[in-house]
Design a protein around this ligand. Structure first.
Ligand SMILES: [Zn+2]
Length: 321
């Protein structure tokens, strides 16, 4: 069977997709990531969401050619294990996701890094399909990146693509990774929220937290930021502009090093703001691009938030007939 399944394991939600041999979407599903319990609960939830996607596609999950998982944390594809998932408890040591999910579903399971598989999906089927080299930038709680060169993923020794930790200011803001001056320390939604809270506590006026409360949220989601900016909130606009400049500096530096044909921008924050924010990032990037007579195209990701699940499915090898 040439129908494949894919799962995107996120810190708040699990998404699954079932695709045909060309990568066309046949069915998808989503569910919350269990935040209590441990890895067995998360793996059971992944299996349930994948079964829902298979049902939506009208196929039996056990008959899929395989299932590919895009996972956060450290992924050991050969061992089939995932470790050091920051947002989930009990994932410090290697969790045998491949074996456990495989026995739950009765199919073979392959693992990949979440951002890398999302980049591969955009390269194969999305905004990057007309290019042989591209940089994927995923703007969310943090900022992840993936690299495709000459049509192939470049993962280095496993840790390539960490665009969020490209330094945009030496000795600058403290990054969630513990280092200073990383792009993510300015552009990650977590860092933006931390700064908004600090400035708010110092007396800067902002509607961000009132909107958050009205929406029953406990954090500044992309939707909260968007609403504040629609209302003309000066602090929100200032922090988004600061993030855009950091993204532009990091992406421009990466382009100077790699000279890719395209930069594909995705992730929850970018998808919420759409093409206008991508144009702002492009303008910010251009200040730093050395070969500015022939800059890369900068495009919004087109697979939306299903890119990770579709990319997982594309990792499943198809048997040649
Ligand atoms: Zn960092």
């Amino acid at each position: 069977m040439s129908v494949r399944g894919g799962i995107d394991l996120g810190g708040t939600k699990i998404q699954a997709a079932v695709v045909d041999s060309a990568g066309g979407l046949l069915g998808d599903a989503r569910g919350p990531t269990p935040l209590t319990g441990g890895p067995p609960d998360v793996i059971a939830a992944m299996a349930a969401v994948l079964r829902d996607a298979a049902a939506a596609a009208g196929v039996d999950a056990g008959k899929l050619a395989g299932v590919g998982v895009g996972s956060p944390g450290d992924v050991d594809a050969d061992a089939g294990t995932v470790s050091n998932v920051v947002n989930l408890s009990g994932w410090d040591d290697g969790v045998p996701v491949g074996d456990q999910l495989g026995s739950a579903l009765g199919v073979s399971v392959v693992l990949g890094n979440d951002v890398q598989v999302a980049t591969e999906a955009e390269a194969a089927l999305g905004a990057g399909r007309d290019y042989s080299s591209m940089l994927g930038v995923f703007w969310g709680t943090g900022v992840g990146g993936g690299i495709v060169l000459d049509g192939r993923s470049w993962v280095g020794r496993g840790a390539a693509g960490e665009i969020g930790h490209v330094v945009v200011r030496r000795g600058g803001a403290r990054c969630p990774c513990g280092r200073r001056g990383c792009m993510e320390a300015y552009a990650g939604r977590a860092a933006m929220e931390a700064r908004a809270r600090r400035l708010g506590a110092q007396g800067r006026r902002t509607a961000l937290f009132q909107i958050m409360d009205e929406r029953g949220r406990d954090r500044l989601t992309s939707g909260v930021w968007a609403r504040a900016i629609e209302q003309g909130d000066m602090l929100a606009e200032e922090l988004v502009e600061r993030a855009v400049r950091a993204l532009g500096a990091a992406i421009g530096s990466a382009v100077n090093l790699l000279d890719v044909e395209a930069v594909i921008v995705g992730g929850g924050f970018a998808l919420r703001f759409g093409d206008p924010i991508v144009e702002r990032i492009r303008t910010a990037m251009m200040r730093h691009v050395f070969a500015d007579e022939r800059p890369p195209d900068v495009r919004l990701a087109t697979l939306g938030d299903l890119g990770g699940a579709i990319g997982g499915a594309l990792r499943v090898p198809l048997k040649s007939s």
